[in-house]
Design a protein around this ligand. Structure first.
Ligand code: UFG
Length: 339
């Protein structure tokens, strides 16, 4: 297939481009580079051994999106593009709702007009809300605790309604748990701008000497060691899950499908620190800090539905995830170069 990857220069998008190419698909990337560096493209071309077609614009631009679909033959879309910082979404709710919803509307309208009706959407375990029962299964009710999370809940609802309106649609929403790690080459990885919001890139920057110490947000949760528990999934396993989902919806009859992509294993903040120390051979200084507002104690998937229906399962351990993050961070201490 010829697959349009929105946000294909970003962290999860770039790893998925490699997996798509490995599976024999042709890839077209659309990215506005608001949260990605253009230098990732050359690395993708080197790793895949083929040119990557890139369109550089913001998908909320309806005319440019229409122009893209008029000029590129496209069979399916994987839609990663979107704003994703939880804290920022609280201070800039309108930016989050407008950007994440408008880009999706623009894409869906162009897809409908050009009869491209196969779509895989980046959703999140955040749709399970503030007090989920564990492990999380796809049939739990959805809600959110911040505007970013609500955009995921809303877009899932929009996709469900679009799929119900016309049975030619084949749509999947993939609910990611906590993607971490990097490509085995160490040439593609997560490169957050500014101070990292998420645990693994922060730990990696402490290990490489860019930051002095980690703040552990709370050690009094109702978890085995008191720190937050998450289901960390290697980004390359996650990327493989997209290829499996695309394959499945292209051949199945359901207009709308939802799958959790996680390992099913909960790992605490202190366990991540210990695993990273093992992987890097460097100490990770940390201090216990107050809880971060909006955080839940524990989050982990029941991945059974994806395991059985997609024939996919996460293969990599937390030690693999830390080793690959460290390879990326130590080869690229300041992330991707500007040019
Ligand atoms: N944490 C720290 N210190 C830090 C950063 C994080 O102790 O500097 C802790 C958090 O409190 C939490 C764990 O590390 O217990 C993981 O935090 P992340 O920020 O890495 O991940 P979250 O689970 O909070 O958020 C992720 C995604 C969101 C998504 C959410 C729910 O980043 O996009 O999962 O699916 F909404």
């Amino acid at each position: 297939m010829r697959v349009l990857v929105s946000g294909g220069a970003g962290y999860i998008g770039s790893h998925t481009v490699i997996r798509l190419a490995d599976a024999g698909h042709d890839v077209v990337v659309v990215d506005d580079f608001s949260n990605a560096k253009p230098t990732v493209v050359g690395r993708l071309e080197a790793l895949t051994g083929r040119p990557v077609t890139v369109h550089s614009f913001d998908l909320t631009d309806v005319d440019k999106t229409e122009h893209l679909f008029s000029h590129e033959p496209i069979d399916a879309v994987i839609h990663f593009a979107g704003f994703k910082a939880v804290g920022e979404s609280v201070t800039k709710p309108l930016d989050y709702y407008q950007n994440n919803l408008d880009s999706t509307f623009s894409l869906l309208r162009a897809m409908g007009r050009h009869d491209v009706r196969t779509l895989v959407f980046s959703s999140s375990a955040t749709v399970y809300g503030a007090e989920p029962s564990l492990p999380m299964t796809e049939d739990l009710p959805t809600s959110a605790t911040n505007p970013y999370g609500w955009t995921k809940v809303m877009i899932e609802q929009i996709l469900t309604d679009v799929a119900a309106s016309d049975d030619r649609w084949r749509i999947a929403a993939l609910r990611y748990f906590n993607p971490v790690g990097a490509h085995a080459s160490g040439d593609i990885g997560e490169d957050p701008s500014g101070i990292p919001n998420n645990l693994m890139p922060f730990v990696a920057q402490v290990a490489v000497g860019r930051r002095e110490k980690l703040s552990v947000f709370g050690d009094d949760y109702d978890t085995p060691d008191g720190t937050g528990v998450r289901d960390y999934i290697h980004v390359d396993d996650l990327a493989a899950g997209h290829v499996a989902a695309l394959d499945r919806i292209s051949h199945a009859d359901d207009p709308m499908s939802i799958w959790n992509l996680g390992t099913g294993q909960g790992v605490s903040v202190l366990q991540v620190i210990q695993a990273f120390e093992r992987a890097s051979g460097r100490p990770i200084p940390y201090e216990i800090a107050p809880r971060r507002p909006g955080d839940i104690a524990a989050s982990y998937a029941d991945p059974t539905k994806a395991n059985t229906e997609l024939g996919w399962r996460a293969t990599k351990t937390i030690d693999d995830m830390c080793a690959d993050t460290w390879r990326w961070q130590s080869k690229n201490p300041n992330g991707y170069p500007d040019a």
